[in-house]
Design a protein around this ligand. Structure first.
Ligand code: CTP
Length: 423
């Protein structure tokens, strides 16, 4: 379907927002009009509205001061407010019971003290606010205050780039100022099936080495965002083709097998019985990196500082993977002994990549099999407490797992035998 080239998007807003959301926008617009403040919906919301993929992420730029407007909104409409006076931004949560919030931002321009620094901001107008942004497709704004409701502001031809499927930077120093945009460009390109505009591609290649200036946190945040995308494997492929992955860290792997396996793992429905809902980026890192040996994982960890859970899952999966073949044919208790203290996400990722019936059994059944007895039971039977309890209780659990105990009477008999031998 050809994308719209309308100049007013009031009808599109009406179509894609709920009645409650529209009422809310009109209330904000009326309040802004009372304070004589032009306000604009900007960024991802507008881009996605024009792409007919409505999002709920409201970012509103205020030409003037956003915080007094936000305060007036809380007074008239209620809700919770978090204001950052240093940046002139406010987060307003209109309904205390609903996590959705609206970002109200004072129009600003940004300057960079040096490449890859965080920007210095100064109050400004909407044109300059749009000019500070990464790509033309993110510079579209819809004016909201009453008489202008839905008017499109498009100073950088974002609408045409959306129609032509192009990711285009606004100026030649964009990637130099902010190298995270290298990763953002690929994320948008792959998410929407777009292409990098010719000059943008050239500038990206010329500034690739600037990625080394980024802190671990900023870099990892961008990789997290990529791993949350449905098109994550395609984006990693593209980062590899453009030599961006190796620029981030030489230990980051990519090859066609990895691509195919990751894609197939991520398109599977959730595995039954695991009761696990890992963050997509945690699962993404595991699927991407678990084949690596520990030294490589540690190199990556030094560069990206992954969260501890993610790092531990990776190390666990990497150590376990080569040991799985040797467990084949072993008693259930041997499997459980090896698997029981491993992060479940590590096992889940291994199972998605290379399904093994025993891993599935472990997640679905074996890990829940426990004897009725516990430390108190042993104590009540007069066995002196001590380190031995752990060994005894594991022996009991192993007997259940291996089918040597099948019911409570058998467990009872096992315990009686134990009491005799322990006394
Ligand atoms: N932005 C930028 N440079 C960055 C990060 C953000 O110019 N390094 C601008 C972009 O114009 C973007 C806006 O800030 O539209 C908000 O950023 P973000 O919330 O990350 O993106 P969204 O536009 O909401 O898009 P999405 O969340 O779908 O990626």
């Amino acid at each position: 379907m050809p994308l719209s080239s309308a100049l007013n998007y009031a009808p599109a807003l009406q179509q894609s927002l709920s009645a409650a959301q529209l009422r809310l926008l009109h209330s904000i617009a009326a309040q802004a009009a009372r304070q004589n403040l032009p306000i604009y919906m900007v960024g991802g919301f507008v881009r996605d509205l024009l792409l007919q993929r409505p999002s709920q992420d409201f970012d509103i730029v205020v030409e003037g001061d956003a915080i007094p407007l936000a305060n007036a909104l809380v007074q008239t409409l209620g809700g919770n407010l978090t204001a950052h006076s240093r940046f002139g931004t406010a987060q307003w949560q209109p309904h205390a019971t609903d996590q959705n919030h609206i970002d109200l931002i004072t129009a600003r321009r940004e300057t960079y003290a040096h490449p890859a620094a965080l920007p210095t901001v100064q109050k400004s107008d909407i044109q300059q606010d749009l000019a500070r942004r990464d790509f033309s497709i993110n510079t579209l704004a819809l004016r909201l205050d009453e008489a202008h409701f839905g008017d499109l502001l498009d100073p950088f031809n974002g609408q045409a780039d959306l129609q032509n499927g192009l990711v285009r930077v606004l100026h030649p120093l964009s990637f130099t100022d902010d190298p995270t945009r290298i990763l953002r460009a690929i994320r948008y390109e792959q998410r929407y099936g777009f292409q990098l505009e010719e000059n943008t591609l050239r500038q990206l290649q010329e500034t690739r080495s600037r990625l080394s200036l980024l802190s671990a946190e900023r870099l990892r945040h961008e990789l997290d965002l990529i791993l949350r995308e449905a098109a994550a494997p395609a984006a990693l492929q593209r980062l590899h083709n453009l030599s961006v992955l190796e620029e981030i860290c030489a230990a980051l792997p990519w090859n066609p097998t990895l691509h195919a396996e990751m894609e197939s793992a991520l398109t599977q429905p959730p595995l039954p019985g695991w009761n696990l809902n890992p963050a997509p980026e945690e699962l993404g890192y595991a699927l991407w990196l678990l084949r690596l040996p520990r030294e490589r994982i540690d190199e990556i960890q030094t560069r990206l500082r992954l969260p501890l859970d993610t790092y531990q899952s990776l190390c666990a999966a990497s150590a376990l993977r080569p040991q799985l073949p040797a467990l084949q044919g072993k008693p259930t208790s041997d499997w459980v002994l090896r698997l029981q203290n491993q992060p479940l996400t590590a096992l889940y990722a291994l199972q998605l990549l290379n399904p093994i019936p025993e891993l599935q059994e472990y997640a679905q059944h074996w890990r829940h099999i426990r004897p009725r007895a516990n430390g108190d039971t042993l104590k009540a039977r007069g066995i002196p407490p001590g380190k031995r309890y752990q060994t005894l209780l594991w022996a009991l659990r192993a007997a259940w797992l291996d089918g040597k105990i099948r019911n409570e009477e058998e467990e009872e008999r096992w315990l009686e035998g134990l009491v005799i031998s322990e006394k």
